[in-house]
Design a protein. Structure first.
Length: 216
């Protein structure tokens, strides 16, 4: 969990407040040259605050420049541009996690104000959730969901990509529903809940075996 959100100085806050009042203000404003220094400040703050680790995959990237990192808008700026500079809507993510998540809706899109509660989000939020309570990382690249938010994050940030790389799989399992089912199996509380999930996994494994035999 991020302990300290970014803080803007007086000039930065004035620049942001002025931009937000513009009638034509939208998500594209993020890339304007006038915000170059603000973006640099945000990125360097969260690189330090997150100890050079992505907010979603938690993999370290110890680079001395910002090009390996994306500034992450937890609620996408393309969908809610008014939250673009909200400190608790910002973090850093690796390029792959950021691209995989894209504009995925992670909170109630009809809510007027910025959600300040952990239970308002379907994703593991870097400011409001303790990551280890939602996702367990086994070894170098296996992610286990411990909660629905963990499962959502693993799926929408494509965290199963690490296991495929570590295994060096020549033929990675293409049906992403395996990851969903495995996450649901870990969350099952009774054998009655677990049985249909196990049956679904076994059925898809048979399909994968048939594909392998055909050379698909």
């Amino acid at each position: 969990m991020i302990a300290r959100p970014v803080e803007y100085d007086t000039d930065e806050q004035a620049l942001i407040d002025t931009a937000l009042k513009r009638a034509e203000f939208d998500g594209a404003a993020w890339s304007l040259d006038e915000f170059d220094d603000v973006r640099a400040h945000i990125k360097q703050h969260y690189i330090r605050e997150q100890d050079h680790r992505c907010c979603y995959c938690r993999q370290p990237l110890y680079a001395h420049h910002g090009r390996v990192w994306d500034i992450e808008h937890v609620i996408a700026r393309a969908t809610r541009c008014e939250f673009m500079f909200v400190p608790r809507n910002l973090a850093i993510a690796c390029v792959e996690c950021n691209q995989a998540k894209g504009q995925t809706v992670v909170a109630d899109a009809k809510r007027r104000g910025f959600p300040e509660r952990a239970d308002a989000y379907s994703i593991v939020h870097p400011h409001f959730h303790d990551y280890d309570e939602h996702i367990e990382i086994e070894g170098e690249g296996t992610y286990h969901a411990l909660t629905p938010q963990g499962k959502f994050t693993i799926y929408h940030c494509d965290l199963f990509r690490f296991r495929e790389r570590v295994m060096g799989a020549r033929r990675p399992i293409r049906d992403r529903r395996f990851e969903r089912d495995l996450g649901e199996l870990r969350l099952a509380r009774t054998t009655a809940e677990a049985r249909p999930i196990i049956a679904s996994i076994m059925a898809r494994l048979e399909i994968e075996d048939e594909r392998a035999e055909r050379g698909d």
